[in-house]
Design a protein around this ligand. Structure first.
Ligand code: PLP
Length: 396
């Protein structure tokens, strides 16, 4: 299509959204499809958060705000960083955007030049490589597998850094694996990064609160405070407060970088939605019980799906430390079966023959795996496991 730019042609639509759309289509056509592909919590946004938005709406808080977000919200974010993460940011070091995805997009647009390299550990969240590409940069993938718990080693990191490396993206707990880096592991990566002052670090902390690993949450700045100046911390309220549709995320970091991100945002979306900012402020300042409640629910579901998956022939699954995803290895099934040759075909088979929708690992740069979401009820998980097991037994 020659009316479309090279830029648009250079990227692909989000494969995870594509699976959800395909499952929804089959469902609408009357098929009994059970989806284990959701990318969002299955809970309603808490009432106190919704009410804050309703009050703001009724009070006429319906106009532009400062591009970077209201001072009230930025103060609530600064307080959150101090209270929960032990990190100090002034208000001009914080930018509120239309979802954490938008924060990451702004960051890459503001810091990457053509020819720059962005190191992305795989399995990765699908948007990182394409966002790097949209900024003209090149994604350099470090592969990890189940044997290293889907975490990069300091040696792998050192080997991947070149003169052209501009950024490392870290996401812990991670989509799609649920892998979580301990403070010691982050400190070891930090020791490598100290030697390369030209490398920025994007710390995507969006799953911070959906974590049941033995240790409390740490990001790389906690583990290695010397990296404060060149780490941009990215977070938001989508996952922790079940607010995916409100579209509020935020970034914190060195003032010149945040200012450049703000400039880019000022020429695209301007401020995020006014009433969603009020709701977010209420979420961050209010009672945090909801957050720990859903964390506990996700942990129970995780334990159920982990056990169920490991009981299916040919599937090997490592526990996740957090998130609402799990990433089973299906290589034995692919090897043994004559009918499916790879994870894409296996996911297709599960959808067609098993009526279960899952996302193939290839979408995340990890062939031979599947991503299953457990952002759904225990009954839904049990039924999904039953269908998967029956479909696999037919295959082997
Ligand atoms: N980062 C990761 C790793 C994610 O999985 C997601 C959502 O799926 C996001 C960022 C984006 O979150 P938001 O809805 O706040 O844009």
């Amino acid at each position: 299509e020659d009316r479309v730019s090279h830029r648009a042609n250079s990227i692909k639509p989000s494969p995870t959204l594509a699976v959800s759309a395909r499952a929804a289509k089959l469902k609408a056509a009357g098929q009994d499809i059970l989806s284990l592909s959701a990318g969002e919590p299955d809970f309603d946004t808490p009432d106190f958060i919704k009410n804050a938005a309703i009050e703001a709406l009724n009070a006429g808080f319906t106009k532009y705000t400062a591009v970077s977000g209201t001072p009230g919200l930025r103060q609530a974010i600064a307080d959150k960083f101090k209270r929960e993460n032990g990190l100090e940011y002034s208000l001009d070091q914080i930018l509120v955007s239309c979802g954490c995805k938008h924060s990451i997009y702004n960051l890459m647009q503001a810091t990457l030049n053509p020819g720059d390299e962005v190191i992305i550990p795989a399995p990765y969240w699908v948007s990182y490589p394409d966002m790097a590409k949209l900024a003209g940069a090149e994604a350099v993938i470090i592969k990890t597998g189940i044997s290293q718990e889907f975490k990069i080693s300091p040696e792998q990191l050192r080997a991947a850094i070149t003169d052209k490396t501009r950024m490392l993206v870290l996401n812990s707990p991670a989509n799609p694996t649920g892998a979580y880096y301990s403070q010691d592991e982050l400190a070891a990566l930090g020791e490598v990064l100290i030697d390369y002052p030209h490398v920025l670090i994007a710390s995507d902390d969006i799953y911070e609160h959906i974590l049941w690993a033995e240790e409390a949450f740490h990001n790389i700045v906690n583990a290695c405070p010397a990296l404060y100046e060149r780490t941009i911390v990215l977070n938001g309220v989508s996952k922790a407060y079940s607010m995916t549709g409100w579209r509020i995320g935020y970034a914190a970091g060195a003032k010149p970088i945040i200012e450049a991100m703000e400039k880019i945002q000022s020429q695209s979306t301007s401020n995020p939605t006014s009433i969603a900012q009020v709701a977010t402020q209420a979420a961050l300042e209010g009672d945090q019980t909801f957050v720990s409640q859903i964390r506990n629910i996700f942990q129970e579901r995780h334990d159920l799906i982990l056990e169920g998956l490991n009981n299916i022939q040919g599937i090997r699954c490592a526990p996740a430390g957090g998130t609402f995803y799990i990433f089973p290895n299906c290589k034995d099934i692919i090897e043994q079966s004559s009918q499916v040759q790879n994870d894409l075909q296996f996911a297709e088979y599960l959808l067609e023959e098993g009526n279960v929708a899952v996302v193939p690992g290839s979408a995340f740069g990890a062939p031979g795996y599947l991503r299953l979401s457990f952002a759904c009820s225990m009954d839904h998980i049990r039924e999904g496991l039953k269908r998967m097991e029956a479909a696999v037994n037919k295959l082997l």
